[in-house]
Write a protein that binds this ligand. Structure first.
Ligand code: NAP
Length: 272
């Protein structure tokens, strides 16, 4: 009855492993750098390296899976052979293999691969993560302004602990097979408001400067170009417009989604 949580260093994975251990579940964390993870049961797992699959999957009945396309099909074949009964996939809002939006498309392709495996599934389809605001952390620590291309763009960012909580319920209770949950934070706020709330937590004003789009592209050059351009189009589309919210976190977990102010308080040390 071991639950395998992939992507051991990821924000959602770390929150999920902690919640599952607190709930008394048997958990194995799998990641590309197992030595970097301080947990009782952690193994090497790289979705791009099939030789890491068997050890990670031994005795596993349920998997929390990141939508890393390279190697996903081979991993799902190995999971089927290992007797895995349920996969909870970290997908994205609007996932659709036919979508023109690149972020929706790659997550739709990951969902299609899980679907094709025949293993029972639950898809988590979050909007933007509050952890994206950690991109500001170095600038805030250095007491400078944060730079954003669209300071008045709105987003209903989700706390990683809430995503983890929905995943924990899906992995440990019946009734979530075949569900695709669109998950957001509880409130749509501008980037400027996020900066104000971080400032309130650290006791100092955090100002936002408008960033030139080419500078923004340069700062995120590690992202594939198509995903980056999709992100820019989305930010532009939500200038002065509320990002739609859902109540999925409360419906699944019984507790309302955490606010951005709560996220900022939980991450104060990252910004000080
Ligand atoms: N950020 C957002 O706003 C947002 C919104 C919707 C959906 N998502 C999706 O959520 C996922 C995580 O996003 P994040 O921003 O939170 O990133 P993150 O915290 O940096 O996590 C990325 C994770 O991917 C794992 N990973 C990467 N390549 C892997 C491989 N070859 N084999 C196994 N694991 C691999 C990493 O695990 P190890 O390094 O431990 O191996 C890590 O846990 C992505 O699929 C993203 O598209 C993100």
């Amino acid at each position: 009855m071991t639950i395998l949580v992939t992507g051991a260093r990821g924000g959602v994975s770390r929150a999920l492993v902690g919640q599952l251990l607190d709930a008394g579940q048997e958990v194995r964390a799998g990641g590309r750098a197992p030595d970097a993870v301080d947990l009782p049961d952690v193994v090497e797992l790289d979705l791009a390296r099939a030789e890491t699959f068997d050890k990670a999957l031994a005795g596993v009945t349920a998997v929390f899976l990141y939508a890393e396309l390279g190697g996903l099909g081979a991993f799902l074949d190995a999971a089927t052979k290992a007797g895995v009964e349920h996969v909870v996939l970290l997908s994205a809002r609007g996932a659709d293999p036919a979508a023109p939006d690149a972020i929706m498309r790659v997550h739709g392709e990951a969902e299609a691969a899980v679907h094709a495996s025949g293993i029972a599934w639950t898809f988590l389809r979050p909007g933007g993560f509050a952890t994206n605001r950690l991109w500001w952390a170095a600038a805030v620590r250095e007491q400078g302004p944060v730079r954003e291309p669209f300071p008045d763009s709105e987003s209903a960012l989700i706390h990683e602990a809430d995503l983890a909580a929905v995943a924990r319920h899906a992995l440990t209770e019946p009734g979530h097979d075949g569900a695709a949950y669109t998950i957001t934070g509880p409130e749509s706020l501008t980037a400027r408001r996020h900066a104000e709330l971080i400032g309130e937590v650290i006791g100092r004003t955090v100002t936002v400067e408008r960033q030139d789009l080419d500078e923004y592209r340069e700062s995120l050059r590690h992202l594939p170009a198509e995903l980056l351009e999709t992100r820019i189009r989305r930010l532009a589309a939500l200038v002065g417009k509320p990002d739609p919210t859902t109540t999925t976190v409360e419906e699944v977990t019984g507790t309302p989604a955490r606010t951005f102010a709560r996220w900022a308080a939980d991450h104060a040390a990252d910004f000080r």
